[in-house]
Every structure is written in C-alpha cells, then in structure tokens.
Design a protein around this ligand. Sequence first.
Ligand SMILES: Cc1ncc(COP(=O)(O)O)c(C=O)c1O
Length: 483
Amino acid sequence: MRGQDDRRRARPAAHELARYEALFAARTRGMKSSAMREMMALTERPDVISLAGGLPDTSTFPAELYAKLMAQVAAESTARALQYGPTEGMSATVECIVEAMAQEQTFVDPSEVIVTTGGQQVIDLVCKALIDPGDVIVAEAPTYPGAVPTFTAYQADVMQIEIDADGMPIDALEETLDRLQEQGRRPKFIYTIPNFQNPGGVTMSLARRRRLVEVARERELLVLEDNPYGLLRYEGEPLPTLYSLDAQAAARGGAADLVIYLGTFSKILSPGLRLGWAVAPRPVLEKLNLGKQGADLCSSSVTQTFVAAYFAERDAHGQPAWLQYVERLRDLYRERRDTMLEALQEHLGERASWTNPAGGLFVWATLDGDVDTTDLLARSQGVAFVPGRAAYVDGRSGSSSMRLNFAGLPEQDIREGVRRIARAIGPDTSLLGALTGQARAGTADSGAAGGKQDVQAVLDAELADVIELPRREQQTPRRRQDR
Ligand SMILES: Cc1ncc(COP(=O)(O)O)c(C=O)c1O
C-alpha cells in the first residue's frame, strides 16, 4: 500500500523528462501540474486534517445496506454486472437518473441521457466534442478546479467572469460576449455551476438564471450546467435548473435546445461508484457518445447495476431509501457547515471574509492583506485546503482565497482544521498590537523583527497545547529498486 502511495507521489526529474520531451503532444505543454495533485498526496496522510478534496462523507452510508445490495447484484445479476454495457448506459440506471432529476423538477427524456464515468467525464467529453485549440469557453471566476486542467488540456481560451453573491452577473457575461463578437469569436459554451458553486459556495439567482437562458437563446450559445449539488440544499427554496428553463422556452416536447446538463451520483450517493451523466440535445449527445466510445467504451456495469438496485430499495412506508439518505446528508452537512462558519468567525473573524453557502460542500474564504494561499498551504502544518489559484485558469488570480470543504469531516476536525489554518497565517497582529502597544506586524513571516519575536512568543504560549505535526516530507529522488 505504502509502495503505491510513494509511486504516485514520485515526479520525474528534469533529466528523465528530457528523454521523452520530443514525443509529447503540443497540448501537454498547457497541462497544468495542479495544486490538486500535490494536495491529494497531502490529504492521504493520517496526521493531516483535509478541508481540501470535494469529498462527501461516505462513512455515513449504511454498511449493511451496501453489503446487502452488493450481494444482491452478485447473486441476481452476475452475468450482466460483469459484462460490458451500452455506451449510453444501462436503461435501469437511466431510469434512476430520470427519477433523481425529477426531484429537482427537471423532467427529461431517457433517450437524451448518457451515463458517464463521473460528472468529470462529461466535462471532458463536452470539450472533446466542441473544443479546437484556441476556442473560447466562458466560465465563472472562480470555477471548479477540476475543470481547469480539462479546459487547458484541450487548449481552450477560457474567459472567466467574476461571480458575486448571486452567481455569475449576466450583464458582465453579455459585455464579454459583445467583446468576443466584435473580434468575430463565438464561445463554444458557457460553463456554470448554478447551485452552491464549487468553489464559491454561491447560488445563481432566479432572475439571472432566466436571463442566462434568454441570452443563450438570443445568441445561440450552448450552456454546460454543472449541477452535482442541487439536491444538497440546507435552507431556502430550490430554484429551477437552467435545463428546465430552457426546456420551457424550447417547447420541444420538454427537452432543452441549448443546455447540456451534467449530473452525478458522487455527492448524493458515492464518488467511488464513478457514475455521472449528461442530458443533451440529440446531435450533441451523439458526439458525446462517440467520444465516450473512444475513452472507455462504457461506464462500469457493476456500479450501474448497484445504483439500479439501490434506487429500487424502499423503507416500510414505501419511501425510496436513496431520498432518505439524501435527507440525512442534508441534516449532517448543514450542521457541519454551521460549525465551519462558527470556526471561521472564531479564528479568522477579523482577518478574512467568506461565503455563506445555502447548500453544497464548500466555503470560499478570502484572507485580508497579501497572504498567498498557495504558500500558506506549503507552510501549513497538519491541514490541507484548495488554494484559490487552482480555480483560475491563469493560475495567478484568487491567490488570497481558499476553498474549504465542510462536508467530509466530523465537527471537531473542522474546528481544528480552521484553527491550524489560522495558526499558519500567523497571529492576528492587530489584536496583539492593541495588547502590547505595538504596530501591526503583518503575518508571522513578514513582521518587523522586534515585533515578530514578541508576537511569536505570544503565539507560542497560545498554541502550547497544540500537538506539533511533522512537516511535509521533501520529495527526494529515489533509486530504481525503491520503485
Ligand atoms: C462542480 C463539479 N463538477 C463535476 C465534479 C465531478 O464529480 P464526479 O466526477 O465525481 O461526478 C465535481 C466534483 O467535485 C464538481 O464539484
């Protein structure tokens, strides 16, 4: 096990790379070495509290139910579950997708659904179908960090529109579209996460949803609506999906013209299943299907059969087990969100601002001053988060922000994780200044020497009860026989 981890972390040395350099495709030059990769290695260490990944809490899934369903799949569907399936997905799984989407008042035609290997594959297949090098994608700023490497791998020219508390401002979008039009450029698609945005935590208002669909229709532009979190709403009224708004306007038997919908079982059931889906107008669907044939032929029949068995499960009152589980997740994550907001107030109250998500998994926090969260991650001990830059295609913007996941950890770890971040930033010197009569000394790394020592002494005393964690290991080249 340990050997495997080490292998994943090993990066090739420059002299090793040189040998293969001429063979690599041009697009690999744009591929980013992501902060995510570094972070995933970090999050595997047991001494690290990870507020980083997009992880739901899979430990909450009842083990007995998992065992029962897997046994049922094994006993009743052996040959089918162990066989290849259709590229577009098994019809029993598609029925589950139709049922899940109906919970969001979005009614889709099963023939316009394709089952994919996670929602991530939808992003990849949409790019594969639509993007030539230099083509424009319009996305939110910040955007889903996992989409950034996909967009750059396809050599897209990504324009990011800064979001506010109501999601993407559509007037800013229209300005960008006008500018592009003057240059004779038509974006291939607009990428948005309208519900509890990853990483921003904000939700697009109804007025903006309506306007976005109008703009897409006026200008004949495709929209990729990425909606993994729609059912994880902790308060307030659900808002209609862009897909359903477009379908109303399209009057095409209830199907949308211009919205490609991305869904996933990852957050309402399990990311380990690796099952997501797209709903798309038939000509687009056809291309996604061809792209998927080249990528992986079909998604796992084992996990598709599992999902079908799970969705058939009812309690004594005939209520679907999957919906009850989602309700339990909502209760749990609501509490954890509140814990994180309290912890942020307690430890970073004077030094940062953050979003207050009504659902989903993430808070987006922005630090005052010029703290770079990528550097902060490197010097943080025992805690991981996603540095803001990972959510910007230029890799530079968002440097004082960070994405914090509140869903995957128990409350004491959330509190301790936030406390460790505050410790890594350094003391709140404005408070210390008031206590000691000294001027604000900046972060622990940047204060004036005299003030810094005093500040450090106070900090050391304050943190005397915190167990020191080992520093992150240095990456050292290993000899061939170690691999
Ligand atoms: C906005 C968004 N899109 C897509 C995905 C991909 O998820 P998966 O491939 O597990 O379905 C995620 C996962 O975190 C996400 O947050």
